[in-house]
Design a protein around this ligand. Structure first.
Ligand code: HEC
Length: 156
């Protein structure tokens, strides 16, 4: 009887640990509150460089898409947008993904997938206003994520 109680006790402790780990690694990620009120995601130098490099790629795509809108060049718009679509998420390092809060991952994935949709609609409808409208929605995803998060360096 006694050992049975101990086993239940151990099971309960393990269950709490699993939930705590899931919270840490899946929901919260590796974060701190930054002094400007945003959430700082703590990454290694290499991971930060990787994320920021990807960000500059996003801005370049936005620039290319606006040029495409002016020139009404839908092939180029689709190429620019596809380059920063979901394809970028397939090669992400799982260890780095675990450091990102779930909301950050969800917003990031939604932005990449919105670029794929923009590419598809640009080719299908060849409608500059539609592309501009979709780009404006994507840009509000950029600005709202920037308002809430920054990147900090983890101590090591
Ligand atoms: C899921 C969150 C998220 C989304 C969505 C997002 N960003 Fe960022 N971006 C960040 C974070 C975090 C930083 C780092 C900011 C800091 O540390 O102050 C950043 C930094 C940047 C930088 C600076 C890069 C550098 O070298 O310093 C650029 C440019 C940028 N983002 C462009 C974009 C554009 C354009 C979009 C939308 C198409 C976008 N981002 C969408 C989170 C996001």
């Amino acid at each position: 009887m006694k050992s049975c109680k101990i086993s239940w006790g151990i099971t309960a402790i393990l269950a709490v640990l699993v939930v705590a780990m899931a919270y840490l690694f899946i929901i919260r990620g590796s974060t701190l509150e930054a002094n400007d009120g945003r959430t700082a995601i703590l990454l290694s130098v290499g991971e930060r460089d990787h994320v920021l490099g990807e960000m500059r790629g996003l801005l370049e795509a936005v620039q290319g898409i606006t040029e495409g809108i002016i020139a009404e060049d839908y092939t180029s718009i689709a190429e620019e947008a596809t380059a920063v679509g979901m394809i970028l998420t397939r090669t992400e390092d799982p260890a780095m993904l675990a450091k990102l809060p779930i909301e950050f991952k969800t917003n990031g994935f939604a932005a990449h997938s919105a670029f794929d949709e923009l590419a598809q609609n640009a080719t299908e409808f060849e409608d500059a206003d539609m592309v501009l409208q979709e780009l404006s929605v994507i840009l509000s995803a950029c600005t709202s994520c920037h308002a809430g998060y920054r990147i900090g360096l983890e101590e090591n």
